[in-house]
Design a protein around this ligand. Structure first.
Ligand SMILES: Cc1ncc(COP(=O)(O)O)c(C=O)c1O
Length: 472
């Protein structure tokens, strides 16, 4: 029987015992404390500890204030018209596209930025337009988000072969080159995340060139990477890149992008047309001509009121300084990993198992873990999640829309999971699934740091997890 442990509530570890070590500079703490007070004091007023930045970044107060001032002064219309307010909105659209390209160091000579609703919509544009045919191959990392996994349904429907690049015990891609060597002559696509939204692992960007040299087009899912790392497409020129703006600075939401190499974009075949994507349509003749470039992929009316907020949002990362942010988050991630891994029950057993790397090499500031009681029995993630909610700590529980990574992290045996899916049928629930699998972990707790995270957020989480320690 799975049960939650109600161990003694312990105090936060004193400074200097659990945390202070020489590899832990903490040199940016004062800067980010001040930034937090200026931009995100509402978290502290709400007595929240926010550790779900991979879910969404939190919008800085000044961005929203300045955007409200911008909107109060401007008259913006539907960009499909040609009047002055429409032209102003079109200028915002062009500027948003340009700011996104600059953000990832993509030259407008080589790339276009297509405005979408989010990263998912960007992946779908590629999925539905990629020229898959019988003999094509779709190679997917086992660490993909479902918004990328879903591409397989389009590929399958057109007769493409599917293959998966497995993960090793540390949740890194296991030997992808042999799979990339099997490149078909026909249009084939390889897709992987620059950073795992589950484990925080950063997969090698060098794979882009490795795959391209073997004839693949590469879709890099950068949604979880770009909020805290610099993506330089002039050095790692992926064919397609997907991202969501709200994950970077929390604002504006409702805007994502498909960043596409111009040569790769010409290979895509849109399965339909819509308002906004065409030069002309004839009902009489049943013919149409798509617009050139990005316009052919932006269905309907873009979120024209929000587009003017894109450049300031991305500039904010530059103002803070990408290096400073990365250094700060490395320090916090180090504290978190150490704090969690050092927690022990009185009998010496670990309270926490980290999924993925326990060091800082090639990883971001996302840490997923499972908790165990003193007897080594899994504490269900939903119990930990609800305990965290009661303690006003915002983490996420489950598999984070990344089932492939979950299957590796929890070492699911294919035959056993198949049996459980069949047995549970429409009665499937996560607790029943866990029971069917003999009480093993079926989901994790994910803590993710970002712009606005400070040391005490990490300390609160470690203190909370420490409450699950059994005294004897
Ligand atoms: C790595 C990754 N890819 C794609 C997505 C999908 O993003 P959205 O829901 O904004 O489309 C997410 C969202 O968490 C993600 O983390």
């Amino acid at each position: 029987m799975l049960k939650r442990i109600s161990g003694p509530i312990e105090q936060a570890p004193p400074e200097g015992s659990l945390y202070a070590r020489s590899d832990d500079p903490g040199r940016d703490d004062a800067y980010f404390e001040e930034w937090r007070t200026r931009e995100l004091s509402r978290i502290d007023h709400a007595r929240l500890t926010y550790l779900d930045f991979t879910g969404a970044a939190l919008y800085p107060a000044s961005l929203v204030r300045e955007d409200a001032e911008r909107l109060a002064l401007r008259v913006l219309g539907n960009p499909h018209s040609e009047n002055a307010p429409s032209r102003d909105a079109s200028a915002d659209l062009e500027d948003a596209r340009a700011a996104i390209l600059e953000f990832v160091h993509a030259s407008p000579d080589d790339y276009v930025a297509i405005i979408t609703a989010n990263a998912t919509a960007a992946a779908r544009l590629v999925a539905e337009s990629f020229p898959f045919e019988a003999g094509s191959v779709l190679a997917l990392a086992a660490d993909n988000h479902n918004s990328v996994n879903g591409i397989r349904e389009y590929a399958r429907a057109r007769g493409a072969e599917l293959c998966t690049i497995a993960l090793d015990a540390k949740l890194r891609l296991h030997d992808p080159i042999p799979v990339l060597e099997t490149r078909a002559r026909l249009p084939s696509l390889f897709s992987y995340p620059a950073q795992s939204n589950f484990s925080g692992v950063r997969h090698p960007l060098a794979l882009i060139a490795e795959a391209q040299e073997r004839g693949w087009r590469v879709l890099l899912d950068a949604a979880a990477f770009v909020p805290t790392a610099d993506l330089d497409l002039s050095r790692t020129p992926a064919d397609f890149v997907t991202l969501s703006l709200y994950k970077i600075t929390g604002y504006p939401s409702g805007i994502g992008a498909l960043i596409a190499r111009r040569d790769a974009l010409t290979e895509l075949r849109r399965p339909w047309f819509s308002g906004g994507t065409v030069e002309w349509v004839s009902v009489q003749h049943g013919r149409h001509r798509l617009s050139a470039g990005a316009g052919a992929f932006e269905d309907g009316t873009v979120p024209f009121l929000a587009l003017g907020g894109v450049r300031p949002a991305l500039s904010m990362i530059r103002t803070v300084g990408r290096e400073r942010l990365a250094r700060h988050l490395r320090g916090l991630t180090s504290r978190l990993l150490r704090g969690l891994t050092e927690l022990r029950h009185a009998n010496g057993r670990s309270v926490v198992r980290i999924h993925g790397p326990t060091d800082l090499a090639d990883r971001g500031a996302t840490v997923a873990f499972t908790m165990y009681d003193a007897a080594g029995v899994v504490v269900p993630y939903w119990d930990v999640e609800s305990g965290a909610r009661e303690s006003r700590i915002a983490v996420r529980g489950g598999c984070f829309c990344n089932p492939g990574c979950a299957e590796s992290a929890f070492a699911f045996a294919e035959r056993q999971t198949m049996h459980c899916f069949d047995q549970l049928g429409v009665g499937f629930t996560i607790p029943r699934f866990a029971e069917c699998l003999g009480g093993r972990a079926v989901g994790a707790i994910r803590s993710s740091l970002g712009l606005g995270s400070v040391r005490r957020d990490v300390e609160r989480l470690v203190e909370f997890v420490g409450r699950y320690r059994a005294a004897a």
